[in-house]
Structure formats: C-alpha cells, structure tokens
Design a protein around this ligand. Structure first.
Ligand code: SF4
Ligand code: SF4
Length: 135
C-alpha cells in the first residue's frame, strides 16, 4: 500500500470529466482532496492524497498521463528560494500545517516540504518572495 500527495493539472477539455472518480472505481484507489482550483474552460488543478496498492497506483497514474493530465509530486509544487529567504519568520504563523517553523537553536526558519499542502498562503505572505509555486 502506498500513499502520495500529488498535484494534478487538467487541460481545459478534461476539467468537467469524472477522472478522479475513475481512479476510485477502476483502480481501487482512495483519494483525499487537499486543494482544488477549477474554472470552467480553463486549466484545472487538484492537489490530492492518493492511496492504494502499489501496482494499482502505478496503473492509475499511467491512466492519468495517457489522458493528458500532468502529474507531479506535491513537494515540487511549492518551493523556497533559499538565497532569498531572510528567516524573518513571517510565514511561520501563516502556515496551517507547520511545514514552516522556527528552529529555536539556529533561529532559522525550516521548510519541511513533506508537510506542505500547497495552500500558497506563504507565497503571498513572504516579503522577499522566497516562497514560490513551481508551474
Ligand atoms: S516569510 Fe519568506 S523570508 Fe520570511 S522566513 Fe518565511 S520564507 Fe523566509
Ligand atoms: S504552501 Fe501552505 S502549507 Fe505549504 S508551506 Fe506554504 S503556507 Fe505552509
């Protein structure tokens, strides 16, 4: 059994299709939606946690790719430009999952991407624009 958090990007022609439902029905996968941005006739983006048997998971991802849905691990979606970060701490209170936190020993702000749900709140709240969405 594996569980991964992934970003799905749907081209406009697929936005209104029941693709995630097919992942459940045909590949026995379980999903949890972490974030959704869907506008009719525009590209859609879904951040989901997807769980299932390893083989079925791989088949489900292959199905998505063949349809034209772009997939990438969630950890690649929001990144930090280490050179820009001033460790000001502004993002620490903004982050809902504690993916950004202050290390009390070094007084540096740590970014733990595995905890990030790509809500993008820190992207707008970071004064030097160190937090970025990878497109
Ligand atoms: S708000 Fe930006 S600059 Fe400040 S600690 Fe967070 S990532 Fe670094
Ligand atoms: S995108 Fe959201 S969850 Fe991820 S680090 Fe920024 S505030 Fe935290």
């Amino acid at each position: 059994m594996i569980s991964k958090r992934i970003v799905l990007k749907f081209p406009p022609k697929l936005v209104d299709k029941p693709i995630v439902y097919k992942l459940v029905k045909d590949f026995d996968l379980v999903f949890n939606i972490l974030r959704a941005k869907v506008t009719p006739k525009e590209e859609g983006e879904l951040v989901i946690e997807l769980k299932g048997k390893k083989q079925r998971y791989a088949e489900g991802i292959k199905y998505l790719k063949e349809l034209g849905v772009k997939t990438q691990p969630l950890s690649q979606d929001v990144t930090r430009d280490e050179k820009r970060c001033t460790h000001c701490g502004a993002c620490v209170t903004i982050c809902p999952t504690d993916a950004l936190y202050m290390d009390k020993k070094s007084m540096k702000v740590i970014f733990e991407s595995a905890k990030c749900i790509a809500c993008e709140l820190c992207v707008k709240g970071c004064p030097p624009r160190a937090m970025k969405v990878k497109l």
